[in-house]
Design a protein around this ligand. Structure first.
Ligand code: AGP
Length: 615
């Protein structure tokens, strides 16, 4: 995905836009650009391969002074990262510029027809066709800018978050959205802001309007905010107050956002639980479930959809729901599910898990499930994002903004919410003995304190990371509830340190992966004292007998794994079902420190973006 930010108001746009791009850089960072309209009416465009810092160095000290401007930080889809493919893009003349996030699916057809009409497009991108299309409508009709953008977009198939500036309308931004997020900020001083999410807006205003799909907004310092649909229906803007605080999107003294977010987990889990566990009454409150209880009570199957780390949270949920809710669960990669012509029954309940709420494959999979009448429940972290708008009900994880590309606090908040869901449904269905239920919710309520104990071991984990930071491969092994944690630990390591890491069920090791074991191979066992502990100890012995450099994540006081492993990290004892919330934390810290030791860009790993809004 890309980052979009724009400003029009009484102040110079350049510093506001550049600051906004820095806050959005986690969304995509292979190239960046900015366009302004100057007081003399000139349209300026500067763009560069690389990060926002490279752009500002390129621009130098003579920065634009215009009070309308927009910026873009790119994650390349069509055309490699380079200066020409960077946004903003101009049309055939110097009249207007656009920035775009999304994919224009029929761009090749549009591009060919534009070329036939004499347009020369400079870049390899799909986005550039929008600039030429809008300009052509302006040049060949009597339509104003607002209507010309609507007319041009009516020819477009695909997803767009789009901002247009036009030097013949120097006091006006035009913004449009379809399947790619855009937030409008309304400043006290008559200024307007547009951005891909709230992070560039929060330091200027808390009053926002979430643009809906197929809506086009005109933000004019004189005529104010107007919104129309593509088909020209007038929309009354609904102003919301932002819930996030500025400090939640700052590093707060940590070297990286990822480290800050790892250490925020006691608080983010508390925030996920808050208002949902009532120890006095011995109950869990999940309004999104209770409002549609008949769907859950009669569900013949639960389908869990997600990508990456969210898919791993879904795998933990599979164990939770089958143990407590006693409903069969299938966990699917959203990207596979949507193209597989899946069998979905109206009495299926679908849980869609997404931190960003913008992952294109997850969004599309939800639409596939809804087409056949399945009830869709969303577990998301970003209020007002696309997925919560699409689902029938849901629960926000309330983890706060997660800026680091590698997901950490969002994962543990997802697992906390999914744990409460499974326990709540199991309790309502009478599947869980009262004593066990009240003990479990008390333990879950206390998990933040136990996470703090795990975080206290960070210095020890840093020392262990030094032993492994030069590895080229790694194997993560776990059973039962810890199998998804093995996968998650491996993903954390590979995506920020670029070490090839794989997660496996520990028992599966003998069916192939054991061939990988040699004296150099780090093998990380997640082996808390749970129902399958003895089996995992046998696996540890099998690896030990064949070399391998062993690290065990174990329950405090462990003796068996401790006697076999080269290093151990102890986690507090807790119920098997809640142990994933603790065992993942050492793996997050281990991968973080190994990546730092390898001089990797932890918050913005190569080739990645925070949310994959393209298919
Ligand atoms: C996790 O660390 C990765 N950043 C990635 O796998 C991520 O979990 C995946 O892209 C899904 O994102 P979402 O939760 O926002 O849908």
């Amino acid at each position: 995905m890309c980052g979009i930010v724009a400003y029009v108001g009484p102040n110079p746009a350049f510093p506001i836009v550049i600051e906004g791009l820095k806050r959005l850089e986690y969304r995509g960072y292979d190239s960046a650009g900015i366009a302004t309209i100057e007081k003399d009416g000139a349209l300026t465009v500067s763009k560069k391969k690389g990060k926002v810092a490279d752009l500002t160095s390129h621009i130098g000290k003579l920065t634009p002074t215009g009070s309308i401007g927009m910026g873009h930080t790119r994650w390349a889809t069509h055309g490699p990262p380079n200066d020409i493919n960077a946004h903003p893009h101009k049309g055939a003349s110097d009249r207007l510029a656009i920035i775009h996030n999304g994919i224009i699916e029929n761009f090749a057809t549009i591009k060919e027809s534009l070329k036939c009409r004499g347009h020369n497009l400079a870049s390899e991108t799909d986005s550039e066709v929008l600039a030429h299309l809008i300009e052509e409508v302006l040049d060949t009709s009597s339509l104003g800018l607002f209507d010309a953008v609507r007319a041009a977009l009516s020819q477009v198939v695909g997803a767009y978050a789009l901002v247009v500036i036009d030097k013949k309308n120097p006091g006006r931004l035009i913004a449009a959205r379809k399947s790619s997020p855009l937030v409008i900020g309304i400043g006290e001083d008559g200024a307007y802001y547009v951005a891909s999410d709230a992070t560039p807006i929060i330091s200027h205003t808390k009053n926002v309007v979430y643009l809906e799909d197929e809506e086009v907004a005109s933000l004019d310092v004189e005529s104010g905010l107007r919104i129309r649909t593509i088909s020209n229906d007038i929309i009354t803007p609904e102003v919301h107050a932002l819930e996030i605080e500025l400090e939640s999107i700052e590093k707060g003294g940590y070297e990286h956002f990822m480290l800050k977010e790892i250490f925020e987990q006691p608080q983010s889990i508390r925030d996920s639980i808050r208002g949902r566990i009532n120890l006095q009454l011995g109950e869990i409150k999940m309004q999104g479930i209770d409002d549609h209880w008949e769907k859950w009570e009669n569900a013949s199957r639960i389908l869990i959809l997600g990508c990456g780390t969210s898919w791993h949270a879904g795998l933990v949920a599979e164990y939770l729901f089958e143990e407590f809710a006693r409903i069969p669960v299938e966990v699917e990669y959203a990207s596979e599910f949507r193209y597989r012509n899946p069998i979905i029954r109206p009495d299926d309940v679908v849980i869609a898990i997404s931190q960003s709420g913008e992952t294109a494959d997850t969004l599309a999979a939800i639409k596939t499930a809804k087409e056949v009448g399945a009830h869709v429940f969303g577990v998301c972290n970003v209020v007002g994002s696309s997925i919560p708008r699409e689902t029938d009900s849901g629960a926000y994880t309330h983890a706060g903004p997660e800026i680091g590309v590698a997901s950490t606090k969002a994962f543990t908040s997802q697992v906390a919410v999914l744990s409460m869901m499974a326990l709540h449904i199991g309790n309502k269905k009478g599947n869980i003995p009262r004593e066990r239920f009240t003990r479990l919710i008390a333990e879950l309520n206390n998990i933040p304190e136990l996470v703090e104990q795990v975080l206290d071991q960070a210095p020890r984990i840093d020392e262990i990371a030094k032993q492994f930071s030069k590895a080229e491969n790694a194997l993560y092994l776990g059973r039962g509830y810890q199998f998804p944690i093995a996968l998650e630990g491996a993903l954390k390591l590979k995506e920020i340190s670029y070490i090839h890491a794989e997660g496996y069920p520990a028992a599966e090791m003998k069916h192939g992966p054991i061939a990988l074991i040699d004296d150099d191979m780090p093998v990380i066992f997640i082996a808390p004292m749970d129902d399958v502990y003895e089996k995992v100890v046998s696996n540890v012995q099998e690896v030990k007998a064949r070399g391998g450099r062993l690290l065990g994540v174990v329950t405090e006081g462990d003796k068996d794994v401790a006697s076999l492993a080269d290093h151990i990290i102890e986690i507090p004892r807790c119920d098997d079902a809640l142990a994933p919330l603790l065992s993942v934390v050492p793996l997050q810290l281990l991968s973080y420190r190994m990546a730092v030791l390898r001089d990797c860009n932890v918050d913005q790993p190569r080739n990645l973006a925070k949310s994959v809004t393209v298919e």
